[in-house]
Design a protein around this ligand. Structure first.
Ligand code: FES
Length: 110
């Protein structure tokens, strides 16, 4: 079921923000050459929140140990190890909705 999380105009192209949907911490990112995407908002490395992560319009960098991901896909760049879980996103009448059903954050193997 899709849950309303924010208005579309609270995020800009090349920007990101953290939202909460159904108690999931989620990063909403709008890559420079893409569409709004939603990924787990906690780092697969240590479960640390990614609210303070750096986003350059394509790549998200965790502030703790600089793991990086492509925000078009959630695929890991460095290390090539742990992708971010992606949530379905829907935008209707300028409002962003996310579906958390069946999606759980992914974690690096210990
Ligand atoms: S906690 Fe994110 S890279 Fe280590």
């Amino acid at each position: 079921m899709f849950t309303r999380v924010c208005k579309e105009d609270t995020i800009a192209v090349g920007g990101m923000r953290v939202v909460i949907a159904d108690a999931h911490v989620i990063i909403l990112a709008w890559p420079d050459n893409g569409v709004i995407k939603a990924f787990q908002g906690v780092c697969p490395h240590t479960n640390m929140p990614l609210a303070e992560a750096d986003f350059d319009g394509t790549v998200l960098t965790c502030p703790s140990h600089a793991w990086t991901w492509d925000m078009n896909t959630g695929a890991p760049i460095h290390p090539q190890e742990s992708p971010l879980a992606e949530y379905p996103v829907k935008i209707e009448d300028g409002v962003v909705y996310i579906d958390t059903d069946g999606v759980s954050p992914l974690y690096a193997s210990p």
